[in-house]
Structure formats: structure tokens, C-alpha cells
Design a protein around this ligand. Structure first.
Ligand code: PHE
Length: 344
């Protein structure tokens, strides 16, 4: 064993001496002193030696380890010195790491939007977009929400100070549902689309409301589309988004443009349905609105409601993100505080 150590010493010193660059120096270090290196193996194998040999071999191996380390360091210093190139008067080390530029990340809402879109794309939905400046016709009228309809009061709308055209006053869309109308006007069934985008409501700006927010709309129209398919699709979505263990619940609701209408809730992601502060003790978190497209909507776009059926859904991206990341104040998304944004 002593001889083996002497051999290693001779060989190592020679190799270190002959090395011309950092990379091969590093591989030498690994070869001798690394976790699986020659010396490390010998030190590990001490326990298998006869008892009387252990102290002397151990001592020698340790001395050699120290010797090799300092030799490696010395050689590294020499190589480094050589690499310092002089440019004019200035001496600088070309091997120093370059300037670090901070790397940006996507906004958490963008990340969640992309995640939602990817889940539905995987189920055959195509992405569509529509304008944020809409007319009364697309935002309300064509969605079976006439002027005197009570649902119109529910949505506090930002109207624009522009002369109205034949489609009514200009406004900032209060939901992404007008994209349903625009797509159906220019396409015949079957169609299966999702439409992400910004929406505006003249709401308070507090922990749970914002005058600006974003939604993802979904629409599927074909012959023989059923409520059962709506349920199945949204259940898959909820489980992809929040985990396989999540349960879904559909309860009756009202929207002018769907009949029947429903609200989808998921079992609370914090307490798994036991009841906690986040779900207000209910065990369920409301997630989105949905339903079967109202025949009156099909008539507006010239689809035969006797021939076609379809389902639609709409969800707030902020709400999904708040549940997913357990965020309790919607304003955090818009304040651009790096301490918040850097966590995503
Ligand atoms: N547009 C509705 C809202 O903003 C959501 C919805 C979309 C409901 C599609 C049913 C069908 O609340």
C-alpha cells in the first residue's frame, strides 16, 4: 500500500506539472481528490487493512492529500496568471465571469393564462381573440341581454365617449363572451374555441375587485353537444389545474346567454372540503360560470338552434391564480412589487 501511495504521488505531481489549462487541472483534481478519486478510495478502504498498517498508511495518505491540494492550487495560480491578458495598459482576467444581467420572468397572470390555454388546447380547443373595445351589440344584445334586461345593471360598464355606430354605444367589454358571437358570425360549426383576454368593469378596487381583470372564455358548438360533455371537460380542467384529488360541484345559476346555466365549484384546495377560512367554512370554492348556449344566441348568429347545441364557460384568470397560489388580495397582481412578482 505504501508503494501504491508513492506511485500515486509521483504520477500526480508529474501530471499536475504538465497541465496547461484549468479544465484538465480540474479533471486531475477530480481524479485524485474527488469523491470517487484514487486517494479518497484509499482513505475509505483503510478500514479493510490489517489493524497495524492503518495508522501509518492513513497518515501518509492524508499528507499526500494535503500536498496534492496545495500543488493543484499552485499550478492553478500559475495558469491564471498566464491567462491575464494585457490590453494596452489594462490588465484583466479573461476568465472572470461576465456581467450578470437580471433575468425577467413572465407575470404570474400570464403564466396562469398560458397554463389554462395549454390545458384546453390539449383537449382540442383553438385560441381566438376579440377586441377589448366592444359595442353594446356584441357585449350584451347578441348575448341575449337586451337593454331592459336586469343583468345589464349588474355589470357596471365603462362606456366610451364616442359616437355610437349601428351596433350601439362603444364600451370596454365587461367579459370575454362577445368573442363567442364574433367567432360564430364568421365560422360554421363544429367549433371549439377558447378566448383569453382583458375585461373591464366599473368596480371598486379592493382585495377582491378590480376594474381591470382577465378572463378565459370557452365555446363548443356541434350537433348533439351535451351538458354531460361540459361537465366532463371542466372536471378534467379543474383536476389538471388544481390536482387530481380535486372534486367538482355544479350548482344551478343564471346567465342570460346560457340555459341551463351553472356555476362550477371545486373542493377547497386548502382544507380539502373540511371547511376553513379561505372557503368560508363551506368546503367549496366557486371557480367559473358555464352553461348550454341559449337558442336565442344561436339565432343572432344565424345558427339553427334545432340542429346545433353547444356549451360555453367563462372564468376569471385572477381568481384561478389566487386559488392556485393562495393569494388573498387581487391588487398584488397590478402593483408591480418585485418582492411579489419574483416569487413566480
Ligand atoms: N360571461 C360570464 C361572466 O363574466 C361567464 C360565462 C361565460 C358564463 C360563458 C356562462 C357562459 O360572468
Amino acid at each position: 500500500m505504501k508503494e501504491r501511495l508513492n506511485e500515486i504521488e509521483k504520477e500526480a505531481l508529474k501530471e499536475i506539472e504538465e497541465t496547461q489549462d484549468r479544465k484538465s487541472l480540474e479533471s486531475l483534481r477530480i481524479r485524485y481528490l474527488g469523491r470517487k478519486g484514487l486517494l479518497t478510495q484509499i482513505l475509505r478502504g483503510l478500514k479493510d487493512l490489517p489493524e497495524e498498517e492503518r495508522p501509518s498508511i492513513g497518515q501518509k495518505a492524508n499528507q499526500l492529500k494535503t500536498r496534492l491540494s496545495s500543488f493543484l492550487q499552485k499550478r492553478l495560480d500559475e495558469i491564471q496568471k498566464r491567462e491575464e491578458v494585457s490590453v494596452g495598459e489594462e490588465l484583466f482576467d479573461v476568465t472572470l465571469p461576465g456581467k450578470q444581467f437580471p433575468v425577467g420572468y413572465k407575470h404570474p397572470l400570464t403564466q396562469v393564462e398560458e397554463e389554462i390555454v395549454e390545458i384546453f388546447r390539449g383537449m382540442g380547443f383553438q385560441v381566438e381573440e376579440g377586441p377589448e373595445i366592444e359595442t353594446e351589440y356584441y357585449n350584451f344584445e347578441a348575448l341575449n341581454t337586451p337593454k331592459d334586461h336586469p343583468a345589464r345593471d349588474l355589470q357596471d360598464t365603462f362606456y366610451l365617449d364616442l359616437p355610437p355606430d349601428e351596433k350601439g354605444e362603444y364600451l370596454l367589454r365587461t367579459h370575454t363572451s362577445p368573442v363567442q358571437i364574433r367567432v360564430m358570425e364568421r365560422q360554421k360549426p363544429p367549433l371549439r374555441i377558447i378566448a383569453p383576454g382583458s375585461c373591464y368593469r366599473a368596480d371598486a378596487f379592493d382585495a377582491s375587485h378590480s376594474p381591470y381583470f382577465s378572463q378565459v372564455e370557452g365555446l363548443y358548438v356541434d350537433e348533439g353537444v351535451t351538458f354531460g360533455e361540459l361537465k366532463g371537460t371542466l372536471e378534467v380542467f379543474a383536476q389538471e389545474m388544481f390536482g387530481r384529488g380535486v372534486k367538482v360541484r355544479f350548482t344551478p345559476h343564471y346567465f342570460p346567454f346560457t340555459e341551463p346555466s351553472a356555476e362550477l365549484a371545486i373542493s377547497c384546495v386548502i382544507c380539502q372540503g373540511q371547511g376553513c377560512r379561505t372557503c368560508g367554512g363551506a368546503g367549496w370554492l366557486e371557480l367559473l360560470g358555464c352553461g348550454m348556449v341559449h337558442p336565442a344566441v344561436f339565432e343572432k348568429v344565424g345558427y339553427d338552434p334545432e340542429k346545433y347545441t353547444g356549451y360555453a364557460f367563462g372564468m376569471g384568470i385572477e381568481r384561478i391564480a389566487m386559488i392556485k397560489y393562495r393569494i388573498n388580495d387581487i391588487r398584488l397582481f397590478y402593483e408591480n412589487d418585485m418582492r411579489f412578482l419574483e416569487q413566480f
